[in-house]
Structure formats: C-alpha cells, structure tokens
Design a protein around this ligand. Structure first.
Ligand code: UDP
Length: 268
C-alpha cells in the first residue's frame, strides 16, 4: 500500500491511495471516497505493465452495472453512484486483506499448479483465499491462516463465502444469458463500522480485469488474459462485454472512447 496524501492538481482533492488500476480520492462527505479507474494494466504481480486505452471508462461502467444489479438482489456493496466516465462515488471501507477467488472452470493458476487442462469444468464451485500482499505475491491461504492471523473473523469469513456464492450464482446466469461463460473471478470485501459493530460489504470492482469471461460458442477470451497472454484486442474484448450487457447503444462505445482519446491528445 502506498499512502501518498497527494493533492490532485486539477481537482484539488486529496489522494488517499493509488493502486495498480485505480486511484482513491477523498470523497465529498465523511465516509465516502471517489474511485478513479485508470487505463493501466498489470499482470503477474506487476512484473508486466501496460496501458489499455479506454479500459478505465469501460470498467467503471461495467462495474457500476454489476454492482447495481447485485444490490438489487440484496448484496451490500460499497457502490453509491457513478460520477463521470472514470469515477464513482463509493463508501469508505476498511479493506479485508483477502482476495476471494471463485472458480467454476479450471484456468490460470489452478490449471498451472495442479496440471489440469484449462477449460475443465469443475463439478463444484471452488472458493480460494489469497492474502493481499504484493511483496509476498498474494499467497494462497486457508481459512486457518485467516483466522489465526486475524485477517478476518469466523463470522466475516462465513459472510464473504456466502456472498461470493450468491454473486457467482447471479453472475453466472447474467453472463450465460449473453453467451459468456463465467470461468472464475476475484472479489474483495470491506468492513464498515457502526459504533462498535462492523459488517462486511462487497468492495473494489467487478470487471473483465478480475474475471475470466469466455465466449460460449467460440471460446474467445473477453478479459484480462488478452493482456496477460499478449493476445491483443483488449479494449475490443472489454467493449464486447459492455455491449452484450447492453451498456452502450450501438456505436456509442466507440464514440465515447474516441472522445476520450481526443481529449488526451489535446492534453485535457
Ligand atoms: N485475479 C485478480 N487479481 C489477482 C489475481 C487473480 O483479479 O491478483 C482474478 C483473475 O483475473 C482470475 C481469477 O482471479 O479471474 C483467478 O486468477 P488465478 O488464480 O488463476 O491467477 P492468474 O492466472 O490471474 O495469475
């Protein structure tokens, strides 16, 4: 974590944290933050770095859509509202230092670690926990470690696993309906405090950066593996996900991104 306490020169607001793909700024009211989506992409614990032009705009929009739908089925989330193309207003949480990975199909690190072919469907959903620590490369941990080191309580672990399964059921159906297989994804959770009580809510983002999304008929990858594996066509893949989710009326997505790059060229 890098707490920088910098002031953004344009917006004159305090930067709270800068991560690999997002920046958090102080929000307009206590208990709120502004989450800014960058175009930066990293993989393999930031050993591979790059920029995907327009990714931030797409992830902001996709994540807004998904979090809004999840709130609709009763999943508490940090999302309040989208502010503009790259920013959303969120509730400030105390991030639980665990990445919760949900898997429906063997891929990525699981395929590699166990020597199982990518694409093998799993007979039951697997939930894995990774301890969020860049210096350690986010090691896989068990609930025993999480409880022993006090990263989350038994009740919090239960709530996170329960929400992860509900999110998986909902999103698997949502994506299946638009011809996309939800292979796996990563969730992050945060604590919000109400006097001495805290509860767990869904935080971070849900976008093709943290999900594996495969076209159901062609098997084409519509997610960050395009970047990780040098397949190219990253932004087109993210755009395709947004388009199938019905987020951009015909043609509007490219218009939005063209406008963005136009602004950048003019240095605005
Ligand atoms: N994931 C993520 N951030 C991470 C690690 C994994 O968003 O730091 C997501 C990844 O996009 C995939 C799922 O979690 O959808 C499982 O990733 P995996 O363990 O296979 O690791 P990877 O192959 O990405 O290194």
């Amino acid at each position: 974590m890098t707490f920088q306490g910098k002031t953004h020169p344009m917006a004159r607001r305090r930067q709270i944290y800068e991560g690999k793909a997002k920046i958090l700024y102080e929000g307009p009211e206590p208990g709120t933050l502004i989450q800014y989506f960058k175009d930066d992409a990293t993989a393999f614990n930031a050993q591979k770095k790059g920029t995907i032009n327009g990714k931030g705009v797409l992830n902001n929009r996709i994540s807004e859509h998904v979090f809004t739908l999840l709130a609709g089925i009763g999943i508490p989330t940090h999302f309040i509202r989208r502010l503009n193309m790259r920013e959303q207003l969120i509730r400030q949480v105390e991030i639980v230092p665990i990445e919760v990975v949900v898997r429906n199909v063997v891929a990525g690190s699981l395929a590699k670690k166990l020597g199982i072919e990518e694409g093998t469907p799993l007979p039951r959903t697997i939930i894995e926990y990774y301890y969020k620590d860049d210096a350690l490369g986010d090691p896989l941990v068990t609930d025993e470690h999480i409880l022993c080191f006090g990263w989350a309580s038994q009740e919090e672990l239960h709530d996170m696993a329960d929400m992860a399964i509900r999110v998986n059921d909902f999103l698997s159906g949502l994506f299946a309906g638009i011809g996309i297989r939800l292979v796996d994804f990563k969730l992050e959770f945060g604590r919000i405090w109400d006097n001495d009580y805290s509860r767990i809510i869904l935080a971070d983002e849900i976008s093709p950066d943290g999900c594996r999304l495969w076209d159901m008929t062609t098997g084409e990858k519509l997610d960050k593996d395009r970047f990780r594996r040098d397949l190219g066509g990253e932004v087109e893949a993210y755009q395709e996900v947004a388009r199938r989710l019905g987020l951009f009326p015909e043609g509007e997505d490219s218009a939005v991104l063209d406008l963005e790059s136009h602004r950048k060229r003019r240095g605005k």
